[in-house]
Design a binder for this molecule. Structure first.
Ligand SMILES: [Zn+2]
Length: 454
């Protein structure tokens, strides 16, 4: 048992002072007690928050961050970016993926993300040949997760086809296309490969409606039982148009008509949705997986947040392409996009005198925990001891109290507001730096030099 003591902490019931958190040998919170002396504890003068779950990541894409920011000869949108991404991933081997993912995860942890849902579609060898172990690449993700300490929900991706209704895949998709039976072998092997990661969850991710057929999607969903199910949906208007042409229905309507969408599901992006679809997502209990930095970078569009929240919709945030990795920035940009569109402030808050920073954190903690299918997002017994500690002396936080700390962190601070991070009760960040930052960065640098020379 380990006992941590914090000057202040955000508990499920609100702010508390003199908080003692007892962590068991499995990294779970055994007890939380407020108004306690620090005697016999490892004492910290900071502000403890539950670590944020990152509900959508493609870790390898951290290696191409900033490499698609010049105008090309073809279309300047998501589809043009995707071609750059396909060229980048074509040569990556498992060690490259482990090196890039470790860098991404260290940056996530330093920014306040303590768990990640890894939407993993890079299954096969360069050219599409099969590895002897179907979980070769999942194991690379597992090595990166173990090194960084981040909690993992691994989501092997089912990618069956290159377009709506069973279109042929294009050459750039050879490393991820599988038949449904091969996919089930990848899922089983991934479970085995990640068995030693503390409290890891393995879910499934049908890539998108355009990458499945109704029959193969049903097969994947039926086999998933109680685990998280994530899917990209309606990220681009073109995808919705193609779905309409194929089925006569919009993407989200099609999914909700055809599949038993419920609280296990995370609909990633869901950017282009009608008023009816917004209501239906909220009523389904599924989480909307919003990725504000990537959606801005790719020119995707803006989610209709006020209508969704008015219907009690659940949401979380993800770093997706990892072009920037910063938990506070994702939440800030989520709010700022809505402000720019609607020409108003404090959009996510429905009641007067409530804090926008608190509302954003509450939404992302609850929705992120639900989407990752792990006991995270609350400083409460039975949950993982994933704790982010803010520095109360940071210029954006000093002299404040309660929810003003969250507003200061999300809207006014830089990355140095986070002093320490524990994951599963284990210290991984001290004075703002991951304990393995230098060695992970050196290996990442060697990998990137070699990749970019070729
Ligand atoms: Zn994605």
């Amino acid at each position: 048992m380990k006992k941590l003591h914090f000057a202040h902490a955000l508990l499920p019931d609100g702010w508390a002072a003199g908080v003692r958190i007892t962590v068991d040998d499995q990294g779970r919170i055994a007890a939380v007690d407020a108004d306690m002396p620090a005697d016999g504890c490892e004492a910290h003068a900071g502000i403890a928050l539950p670590g944020l779950p990152n509900l959508h990541s493609h870790a390898f894409q951290r290696g191409m961050a900033g490499l698609a920011e010049r105008r090309g000869a073809t279309e300047e949108n998501f589809w043009g970016w995707r071609q750059v991404m396909y060229r980048f991933l074509a040569v990556l081997d498992p060690d490259d993926v482990a090196a890039i993912a470790a860098q991404a995860y260290v940056e996530m942890v330093e920014s306040g993300f303590t768990s990640v849902a890894e939407f993993h579609y890079l299954h096969h060898a360069p050219g599409g040949g099969r590895y002897g172990d179907p979980a070769e690449m999942a194991a690379a993700i597992g090595r990166a997760a173990a090194e960084s300490g981040i909690g993992v929900t691994h989501l092997p991706v089912f990618y069956g086809f290159g377009g709506f209704g069973g279109g042929a895949p294009e050459p750039g998709q050879r490393r991820f296309v599988t038949a449904p039976d091969e996919f089930q072998r990848i899922v089983a092997a991934s479970r085995h490969a990640l068995r030693d990661l503390p409290d890891a969850m393995v879910g499934v991710a049908p890539h998108s409606i355009r990458a499945v057929t109704p029959g193969t999607l049903a097969e994947v969903v039926d086999a998933a039982a109680a685990v998280p199910i994530h899917i990209h949906i309606a990220e681009q208007q073109r995808e919705v148009d193609e779905c309409l042409a194929w089925s006569g229905r919009r993407s989200v309507d099609w999914l909700l008509d055809e599949m038993p969408v419920d609280g296990r599901w995370c609909l990633v992006h869901a950017t282009h949705v009608s008023a009816g679809e917004v209501s239906r997502i909220a009523a389904s209990g599924a989480v909307a997986g919003l990725c504000p930095i990537t959606e801005a970078n790719l020119g995707d569009g803006l989610y209709p947040l006020p209508a969704f929240l008015a219907r009690g919709g659940r949401l979380g945030v993800g770093s997706d392409s990892n072009v920037r990795i910063d938990a506070a920035e994702e939440l800030r940009l989520l709010e700022y996009g809505q402000r720019l569109r609607d020409q108003m402030r404090n959009v996510v808050v429905s009641h007067a005198d409530r804090s926008t920073g608190r509302a954003l954190c509450d939404l992302a903690l609850a929705g992120g925990a639900q989407a990752t299918g792990r006991a995270v997002g609350r400083l409460a017994p039975g949950h993982r001891a994933d704790i982010v500690m803010l520095d109360p002396e940071h210029p954006a936080l000093v002299g404040r109290q309660g929810d003003h700390w969250l507003d200061g962190w999300l809207f006014a601070a830089d990355g140095r507001a986070i002093d320490r991070v524990w994951i599963g009760g284990r210290a991984v960040v001290e004075r703002g730096r991951h304990l393995l930052r230098e060695s992970v960065r050196r290996r990442f640098a060697r990998t990137m030099r070699r990749l970019l020379e070729n």
